[in-house]
Write a protein of this length. Structure first.
Length: 94
């Protein structure tokens, strides 16, 4: 099986579990622990009613912690009625 065909559901579910734990106590420290220093979060109108990309652990942690606190979002999960998580290639990068 090549990398593009790998089943990544288990690591995604594990990460979502950690996100749910952090959402119960949405502090920048708890949220920041989920992201790489040079990571990105694509906000697609789910929490802020904006379409934006937030880059860097500290910026992501600050924005997402505030949004989770404000929205009370919780219980993140993979929707079994949707396409399973998968590795995607965008602009030649996977």
């Amino acid at each position: 099986m090549n990398r593009m065909q790998a089943d990544i559901s288990q690591p995604v579910e594990a990460w979502l579990s950690k996100l749910n734990d952090a959402a119960a106590r949405p502090t920048p420290q708890n949220i920041g622990a989920l992201f790489l220093a040079d990571g990105h979060w694509r906000e697609a109108v789910a929490m802020s009613w904006e379409l934006k990309t937030v880059s860097g652990r500290e910026a992501i942690a600050k924005d997402l912690a505030a949004a989770l606190k404000k929205m009370g979002a919780r219980d993140f999960a993979i929707d079994p009625k949707r396409l399973a998580p998968r590795i995607m290639e965008r602009a030649g990068v996977s």
